[in-house]
Design a protein around this ligand. Sequence first.
Ligand SMILES: Cc1ncc(COP(=O)(O)O)c(C=O)c1O
Length: 383
Amino acid sequence: MAGHQHTDDSGAAPPVLLTPGPLTTSERTRRAATVDWGSWDRRFNDLTASVRHRLAAASGAARPVLCVPMQGSGTFAVEAAVRTLVAPGDRLVVAVNGTYGARIADMATRAGRRAVVVEASTDVPVPVDAVADAFEQHPDARHLAVVHCETSTGLLNPVEDLADVAHQMGRALIVDAMSSFGVLDTAIDHPAVHAVVAASGKCLEGLPGMGFVLVPPDVLDAAAGRCDSLSLDLVDQHRYMERTGQWRYTPPTHVVAALHEALLQYEEEGGAPVRLDRYRANRGALDAGMAALGFRHYLHESLRTPIIQTFHSPDHPSWSFPTFYELVKQRGFVLYPGKLTTEETFRVGCIERSRPPSSPRRSAPSSRLWTQWASPSLFHRAD
Ligand SMILES: Cc1ncc(COP(=O)(O)O)c(C=O)c1O
């Protein structure tokens, strides 16, 4: 069982991150990052090859897909997919019902791709009909970009239905599956899905610092020469890696090594179904505790994922999220602020590892754990 033996500067065990990544990782994963690898070392190149192979397997794809890793946070990998698959000047339909969808529209526009934004409210899925209308109005838009789990709320978008419509209309999807990859079905085998993008530090429970794009080989081949960025060109990244076994530019060696170890644990644990069950159990404990405390969910139950939950801030004159955050942190847990501009909310991630039973400070998630927050003093400013 993963331990939490590390301490912060003061010698205390650091709090558990109830955030959607970076998240609390296992001792075993962190230990793998303590080895310094040379980027030319054959054993490191073997690690990279193994990580790529295991990521493709973790995707659950039945058809052949290539895994092209990309240095940087998740956004770098999403931007690499957009700029490699969509040619400069081309139109791209972007489904937006939260921050991460809006970010794709922004990165596409800045890179000279013409974004056609199909916008929905942050508490509803992107309507499939509206996307079909956008394709109808813009016959030259060959791609749709959509966020699978919109982490700014935790909402699940209907990727399979969108892929069906795209397929009927001869278009392709770029799926930002950053916070869902490894636990939820990303529709990777759908013929309209041309890219699935995710990163090391989310549900795979690795360290942050590396993204990756899963792409069918013929799609990647067809995109050769399209990318107008040197460092974000997935075709060049892939070809160089295939030729040399090495990363094109300095690899995030420690992150790769930690991800390899995290993937071994993912496989040992039983992969997606078992991890999904674990996150569902975390969500069950959270929901029970939060309901007992009177907190209300932002999203309708049918739209929520066991990745992250968004709660309305209490309508109370003494409510202060920074104070709440600090008080919860003193109890050993780190929350996440809301990302909505129209409503006061905050978020709690469910994608964390269980505590070892021996930990004196924390036990495995249970409704008792969540009701540690129950003190009414949490709702009052500490002044
Ligand atoms: C759905 C989604 N897309 C993109 C990103 C951006 O990733 P990063 O912050 O690692 O650049 C995130 C980060 O949480 C995300 O949840």
